[in-house]
Write a protein that binds this ligand. Structure first.
Ligand code: CTP
Ligand code: MG
Length: 183
């Protein structure tokens, strides 16, 4: 198969990891994960922006999106790529989305440690941890799929395109009054 087509398909199959963040914005706001507690440095462990409803809702929406991508791709003879079996089309997006939102939490933990408050501009700390953790989760739990699709050219391509995509989506979220800040 044409290598560029395969890279594009692999990017499309990664959409659940991206959508998970938007899903968290929509479903978030309930059951703050750190329950207001502070770390030994006196700052919040994670902050009010990391909630269980956002985590679970984002995972659910990401997983659902992956399955829809699979179904749509199936209509077109898998031109958009495939996760494999219908079961894979649930499990792999679930792993990606879970990794994504776990990485998002890790990013917030680091932001708090270096003194950036909840919602403060984190630059790559807002944009890379979720993608890196999605890759790590795929490596841990869906290794053949990871090796086939993301190791290593597509992973680099995704890490390059994710910051501008993240920024654009957040500007849209801000204009739609879903987010308080455009980053
Ligand atoms: N959100 C959530 N739970 C999560 C992740 C996100 O409820 N696990 C919701 C919150 O309402 C959050 C919004 O999605 O404010 C945007 O997410 P994000 O930009 O990651 O959070 P910030 O508020 O910017 O906080 P931080 O500085 O910790 O990233
Ligand atoms: Mg943010």
């Amino acid at each position: 198969m044409n290598e560029i087509v395969f890279v594009v398909q692999s990017i499309i199959l990664f959409i659940p990891a991206l959508i998970a963040n938007s899903g968290a914005v929509i479903t978030g706001g309930h059951f703050v994960i750190d329950r207001g507690r502070k770390f030994i440095d006196g700052r919040r462990i994670l902050g009010n922006g990391k909630t269980l409803s956002g985590y679970a809702g984002g995972i659910a929406i990401g997983t659902f999106t992956g399955f829809i991508i699979y179904l749509i791709s199936g209509i077109f003879n898998y031109a958009l790529g495939t996760y494999g079996t219908p079961a894979d089309a649930i499990v792999i997006p679930f792993i990606m989305a879970t990794g994504s939102l776990t990485g998002d939490i890790a990013g917030s933990f680091v932001k708090r440690r270096i003194g950036i408050d909840r919602g403060g501009k984190g630059g790559l700390l807002d944009q890379w941890p979720f993608a890196l953790m999605a890759f790590l989760f795929l490596y841990a739990f869906e290794r053949p799929f990871f090796m086939d699709h993301y190791f290593y050219v597509t992973m680099i391509v995704i890490l390059v395109i994710v910051p501008p995509i993240h920024r654009a989506v957040n500007i849209i979220g801000y204009r739609m009054h879903k987010k308080d800040v455009p980053w």
